[in-house]
Design a protein around this ligand. Sequence first.
Ligand code: AMP
Length: 415
Amino acid sequence: MSFENLGLNQSILKAVLKKGYTKPSPIQQKAIPLILKRKDILASAQTGTGKTAGFTLPILQLLTKEKHPGGKTVRTLVLTPTRELAAQVFENVKGYSEFLNLKSAVVFGGVNQNPQIRALKNGVDILIATPGRLLDLHQQKALSLHQVEILVLDEADRMLDMGFLRDIKRILALIPQKRQNLLFSATFSKEIKKLANDFMRQPVLVEVTPENSTVDQINQKAYAVDKKKKTDVIIDLIAGGKWQQVLVFTRTKHGANKLTQKMVKCDVSAMAIHGNKSQAARTKALAALKNNDIRVLVATDIAARGLDIPLLPHVINFELPNVPEDYVHRIGRTGRAGAQGEAISLVSLDEMTYLRDIEKLIGLELTPEELEGFPLTDKPGDFDKPAGSKSNQRRNNRPKSGNSRRKPFKRKPKS
Ligand code: AMP
């Protein structure tokens, strides 16, 4: 299957060629023909699968068929949960539409709205927006949504996690009922299915087969580490392995700051991104990682959501997320679009419940290995409790018999 077979026009093919893509990714092969047929689609696809081009390329083609109606109207609305993802989708849209006569803009909160108002003044073909700023600008009559033909909800699961359901409903009430709907989500929870049922018209379910999914291209490892030794372990792994471009996840903003400071003290260049950092600081930190000016970016889940860091070789979970789906999002930052990546999780005893929930979600056992040079003070056998989150939690809180291990944990020689 080639991009030529997908029915895209020459100007779009030229932009794709310029990007250097040789073959459409599985999600692109499935989604592009359906979107061109004006179907609603419900696609399970995480960042790293090529989903952005999967919806952008066919949308561009559909938009070239008719002229912009004029005024402050928007013809396609792409909603994203975070500013970073919005900015990144916008960059993609600009790249793919380079040889077309279509206008695009992006709006998100946390920055001055005047340039955004100016960009919307004569209407746009595609607007990428976070829900809050979009509603703000709509209220100020900076744009008109009554001509929206295509609506995209990108990373819909995260939008719901972030509490955007009410905003989404308000936006749905502002756009025409007759439109094409495209929903992309890494996971399909009950809430996502309900949302889809409420606003889509017989959507076609698009799923990429597990063999092609990003998760399969990622070498996933878990190391059993005493909680208090995690900082030493991570610095040892990164410095010892001479790793560059490492994305590290912490659970809290404070944790991200603390870890960053410790790394810098140990001569491992690092920056942190989280909700308390300004947009400018986040953009700067991401650019520094991309340009190899720093080795490590320490991020919280919300800040890292949707970041596009091509060919990122290492993702480390300094702490496991308590929502298993976040693990899939996190490791989706590596092994993207065909490249191999490595995702390492440092698991302390109190996180075994989280690990078991993650294993259930991804259908893979990640038995934590002990690292040489960092012997465990916590009893090693405790790192190998059977899956089953609730009961596991209780087990961890119970006096240990010490002989309940199902399978011995592995010992990993220090490389
Ligand atoms: P996305 O899943 O949309 O965040 O895209 C992940 C990465 O894959 C981005 O860096 C894209 O530029 C890249 N990409 C998208 N489609 C392709 C393709 N067909 N071949 C190679 N890389 C691609």
